[in-house]
Design a binder for this molecule. Structure first.
Ligand code: NAD
Length: 324
């Protein structure tokens, strides 16, 4: 298929592009490079444009004869979304609307969308199934939920077929070390820990050590970015084979605590990693762990690289190459 990859210069989008090309698809990346990297666009041409630009999106869809879209482009910082909700609603929600309208206008019917476990907010039941009521607690989560609703409404009204993938914590890097994670500012735990190992920062903050978890620190479900990439390609095949529109979790079902992650990082890197106890952050739940069965049942997805050692080893190899 000919694929348009919005946000394909970013962390998850670039890995998914590489994987989709390996599966035989042709990819065109559409990205304004707000947080993406030109050098991550290696498996197809780059259209340097904004998803809110109706004519640029329409032109891309028709000029490249696009069959399906993978939509990653978004603003994705929770804290920033609290301070600047207008930008988040504009890029994430309005940008998605512009994209969907362009797809309807050019008769492109298949969409894989990057959603997030942020739509669940602070769920009471762990592991979290797709049936849990979405109750976001920040603007970022609300924008993702609004996009899911919009996609569902467009599916009903205009015959769009979509898979919304609710990722838990993306982690790791390309096993071939060609691309990886590079956000500025960085807010994700693994790169922050590895930055500390590399002495690019003095310490890593541990937000809360009095949660009701085994070691008192917060527990999250980390999923290797290469496994996310596999899931996107599998989701496309599902749509190609006539699958109904669906929403599914992408997580492993296993939780890893902040302390566990820091300790394991010391083993993998062979370096001391200085951590500093800090107060809990508002809105940070004790545990976020996916119930992962639906993705296995519907698209045959099973994570292959999402164990902590492999994720850290892949991330560390990339981190040294990029930043040391
Ligand atoms: N990384 C995670 O752990 C995680 C978890 C859940 C969901 N997600 C979602 O996955 C997607 C990708 O996340 P990521 O971590 O790769 O982020 P990223 O910032 O690395 O990638 C986002 C890409 O979108 C591009 N972009 C942003 N605004 C744009 C616009 N207006 N027009 C065109 N391009 C634009 C950026 O330049 C960047 O290349 C996002 O939608 C994010 O919400 C990520």
């Amino acid at each position: 298929m000919n694929l348009l990859i919005t946000g394909g210069a970013g962390y998850v989008g670039s890995h998914c592009t590489k994987r989709a090309v390996a599966a035989g698809h042709k990819c065109v990346v559409f990205d304004n490079l707000k947080s993406g990297h030109k050098e991550f666009v290696r498996w197809g041409p780059l259209i340097h444009a904004d998803i809110r630009d109706t004519s640029a999106i329409r032109r891309a869809l028709s000029e490249y004869n696009i069959d399906a879209v993978m939509h990653f482009a978004a603003l994705a910082y929770v804290g920033e979304s609290v301070d600047q909700p207008a930008s988040y609603y504009d890029v994430n929600v309005n940008g998605t609307r512009v994209l969907l309208d362009a797809m309807v206008a050019t008769n492109v019917k298949q969409l894989v969308f990057s959603s997030s476990c942020a739509i669940y907010g602070q769920p009471e039941i762990i592991p979290i199934s797709e049936e849990s009521t979405p109750l976001p607690i920040n603007p970022y989560g609300f924008t993702k939920f609004a996009c899911e609703r919009m996609i569902s409404d467009y599916s009903l009204a205009y015959g769009l077929h979509s898979v919304c993938l609710r990722y838990f914590n993306a982690a790791g890097a390309d096993p071939d070390c060609e691309i990886g994670e590079d956000h500025d500012p960085e807010t994700h735990l693994i790169p922050l820990v590895l930055d500390t190992a590399l002495r690019r920062r003095n310490s890593v903050a541990v937000f809360g050590d009095d949660y009701a978890t085994a070691d008192g620190t917060a527990v999250r479900d980390y999923v290797h970015v290469a496994d996310l990439a596999d899931a996107h390609t599998a989701a496309l095949s599902y749509l190609e084979n006539g699958g109904d529109s669906v929403v599914m979790n992408l997580g492993t079902g296993c939780g890893i605590s902040v302390n566990e992650l820091i300790l394991k990082s010391q083993n993998i890197t062979g370096r001391a990693i200085h951590s500093v106890r800090s107060p809990r952050r508002t809105g940070d739940p004790a545990e976020l762990i996916a119930k992962p069965g639906l993705a296995k049942d519907l698209i045959g997805w099973e994570p292959r690289r999402s164990n902590l050692e492999v994720m850290l080893a892949d991330a560390w190899a990339w981190h040294i190459k990029r930043f040391a």
